[in-house]
Write a protein that binds this ligand. Sequence first.
Ligand SMILES: [Zn+2]
Length: 103
Amino acid sequence: MKKPKTTNRFCPYCKKKTLHKIKLLSTGTKRGTLKRGSLIRAKWRHAMPGMGNKGRYGSKPPINKWKRKTKSTKKHVFIYTCQTCTKSHQSKKGIRVSKVMFE
Ligand SMILES: [Zn+2]
């Protein structure tokens, strides 16, 4: 999906149509990194020593990540930043697309 970098939109703070910058909302950190059985928690436990058999943490997973993928699309939420008051607000509903490209 192609999307322009700027658009004219209604700003709820200025209460009129102004120029807005569009950005994608990001989750920040990867989800599930601190779950039970995760690699990061194993590292904190010092479960991965430098020598010897590393057990379940030693080898790579049998199937690559890109092969395991089941969902081809993802919900994207846009952030609109007003150029006059520099305040930002989100789009009400996210849209399901595989990729968003800004032009
Ligand atoms: Zn504004």
